[in-house]
Ligand binder design. Structure first.
Ligand SMILES: Cc1cc2nc3c(=O)[nH]c(=O)nc-3n(C[C@H](O)[C@H](O)[C@H](O)COP(=O)(O)OP(=O)(O)OC[C@H]3O[C@@H](n4cnc5c(N)ncnc54)[C@H](O)[C@@H]3O)c2cc1C
Length: 397
C-alpha cells in the first residue's frame, strides 16, 4: 500500500514526516516538481516560536536567521502601535533551508523523495498519477500539498482556496543598522490595499520587505522604498533579490478530501486569513492528516472525514474569527484604519494584549480587543459606521 504526496513544501513534508513516525511500515513517496526542495522561495519566513518548538524542535534551529519580540504597526495617517511581548515570540527563518531540513528528517525516516517530478494529471478511480514526459506513478492514497495555486484540486473534485493575493518579497542590505527585534507592518492603501506591507529584520543590516496587493506589485514596492515608513533608509539600500507568490486569505476550503485524496496546506486554504501565515496552521493540519491516515489502517475513505473533523474541532472557530477580522479590516479605508489604531491605543488594548495574545491562535486577542474598545469605537463617528458595515458585509458574504 503506497501513499503518494504531491509537493515537497512544508505541508507535504510535515505530513510525510509525521506519518513515517507513526507508521514506519507504510510506503511513502513525495513528488516535487522542482530540482531542489525549498526553491524558488516565496515566503517571508516569520513563524511563532510556539509553533516551532511544538512542531519542529529538531528542525527549526538549522534555519533560523533572527528572533523577534514584537511589531510596530503604522497607518498611512501616522498612527503607530507598538506590540512588545518583551521576550522572543517568533523566528525569522531561511525558508529554503527550513524546507530542506524537513526533507532531511523525512529521508532519515525512510520517506522516498523524487525531484523534478511534476504531476500533470490524476486518475483517482485507477489510482494513477500522470507525470511530465509520459511517466506514471500509482497510489493507494493521494495527498495533495501543492501550495496556493492548488493546481490539481479540480482534477480530484476538490475546490480551490479562495481570496489569493499576489505578493512580493525583496531582501535588502541596509546602510544603517536597524533594531532587529521588531517587525514593521504598514497599513496603507497605496502600498497594500486591503492588506499590509511588512519589513522583517534578518539581522542588523539586512531586511526582508514585502507586500500583498491585487496589482502593480513592483510599482508598490518602489513606492514603499520611497516612503520608507520605518525610516530604515530603504531607498539607499541594495536590493539583493526579489521573489513572489500568493498569500491565501480566504480561510479553509469546506471539504479538503475525497475517498482517496487528502488536501493539506495552502492548497486547502490552511493559512491565517489575518496575515496569510501558513506554517502554524498547516503544521497542525499535517499532523491531524497523518494521524487519521495511520489510524484508518488502509480504510482510506475514513481518513478524510477524521482529518477534517479534527481540523474543525481544533481550528474551526479560530479560522472563522480570523476570517471575520480580515474581512472587516479589508473594508476599512486609510482614515478608518488610522482611527482604529488610535482607538486601540486609547482603550489600553495594546499593552494588555502584548503580553497575553498568541500569534497563531488569535481569536482571544481579536475578541479581547473588540471588548476593550467597543465604547471608543462606537463613540468615534468615523469608525463606528465603518466597523458595523464591515461586520455586516463580512457576516453576509
Ligand atoms: C510573500 C509571502 C510571504 C509569506 N510569509 C509567511 C510568513 O511569514 N509566515 C508563514 O507562516 N507563512 C508565510 N507565507 C505562507 C507560507 O509560505 C505558506 O503557507 C506555505 O509555504 C504553504 O506550504 P505548502 O507546503 O502548503 O505550499 P508550498 O510551500 O507552496 O509548497 C508546495 C510545493 O508543491 C510543489 N508542487 C506544486 N504543484 C506540483 C505538481 N503538480 N507536481 C509536483 N510538485 C508540485 C511546489 O513546487 C512546492 O514545492 C507567505 C507566503 C507568501 C506568498
Amino acid at each position: 500500500m503506497s501513499i503518494t504526496v504531491v509537493g515537497a513544501g512544508p505541508a507535504g513534508l510535515t505530513y510525510a514526516l509525521r506519518l513515517a513516525e507513526l507508521a514506519p511500515h507504510l510506503e511513502l513517496l513525495v513528488l516535487e516538481e522542482h530540482g531542489s526542495v525549498g526553491w524558488p522561495p516565496h515566503c517571508a519566513g516569520l513563524v511563532s516560536l510556539a509553533t516551532l518548538n511544538r512542531e519542529y524542535p529538531r528542525v527549526w534551529r538549522r534555519a533560523v536567521l533572527n528572533t523577534v519580540r514584537g511589531a510596530v504597526i503604522r497607518s498611512r495617517g501616522g498612527s503607530e502601535v507598538l506590540i512588545d511581548a518583551k521576550r522572543g515570540v517568533a523566528a525569522v527563518l531561511d525558508r529554503p533551508r527550513f524546507d530542506q531540513a524537513l526533507a532531511e528528517e523525512a529521508l532519515r525516516r525512510g520517506v522516498e523523495l523524487r525531484l523534478r517530478a511534476r504531476v500533470t494529471g490524476v486518475d483517482c478511480s485507477r489510482g494513477v498519477l500522470r507525470l511530465r514526459e509520459g511517466r506514471r506513478a500509482s497510489f493507494s492514497l493521494l495527498v495533495l500539498a501543492t501550495g496556493a495555486l492548488a493546481s490539481l484540486n479540480e482534477q480530484v473534485g476538490v475546490e480551490r482556496p479562495s481570496a489569493l493575493l499576489p505578493a512580493i518579497n525583496a531582501e535588502y542590505e541596509l546602510q544603517e543598522p536597524l533594531e532587529r527585534e521588531f517587525v514593521h507592518l504598514y497599513l496603507d492603501s497605496r502600498l497594500a490595499p486591503g492588506f499590509f506591507a511588512w519589513l522583517i529584520p534578518l539581522d542588523e543590516y539586512r531586511a526582508r520587505v514585502g507586500l500583498a496587493a491585487p496589482s502593480a506589485l513592483r510599482a508598490r514596492l518602489r513606492l514603499l522604498e520611497k516612503l520608507d515608513p520605518g525610516g530604515v533608509g530603504l531607498l539607499n539600500s541594495r536590493r539583493v533579490r526579489v521573489y513572489g507568490g500568493y498569500v491565501v486569505t480566504g480561510g479553509p476550503i469546506s471539504k479538503p478530501y475525497t475517498s482517496r485524496v487528502l488536501v493539506i496546506g495552502d492548497a486547502a486554504g490552511q493559512a491565517k486569513p489575518t496575515t496569510g501565515g501558513g506554517i502554524s496552521i498547516l503544521s497542525i493540519a499535517a499532523r491531524l492528516a497523518a494521524a487519521a491516515t495511520a489510524a484508518t489502517e488502509g480504510e482510506w475513505h475514513l481518513a478524510g472525514p477524521r482529518y477534517h473533523e479534527g481540523f474543525k474541532r481544533i481550528l474551526g472557530r479560530e479560522m472563522r474569527t480570523m476570517l471575520l477580522a480580515r474581512k472587516v479590516l479589508s473594508s476599512l479605508n486609510d482614515a478608518q484604519v488610522d482611527a482604529l489604531l488610535n482607538a486601540l491605543s486609547e482603550a489600553g488594548v495594546v499593552e494588555r494584549l502584548s503580553s497575553t495574545s498568541h500569534m497563531d491562535f488569535q481569536r482571544r486577542a481579536i475578541l479581547g480587543a473588540l471588548r476593550a474598545m467597543w465604547r471608543e469605537a462606537l463613540a468615534n463617528r468615523l469608525l463606528a459606521p465603518a466597523l458595523l458595515m464591515g461586520l455586516v458585509r463580512a457576516l453576509l458574504g
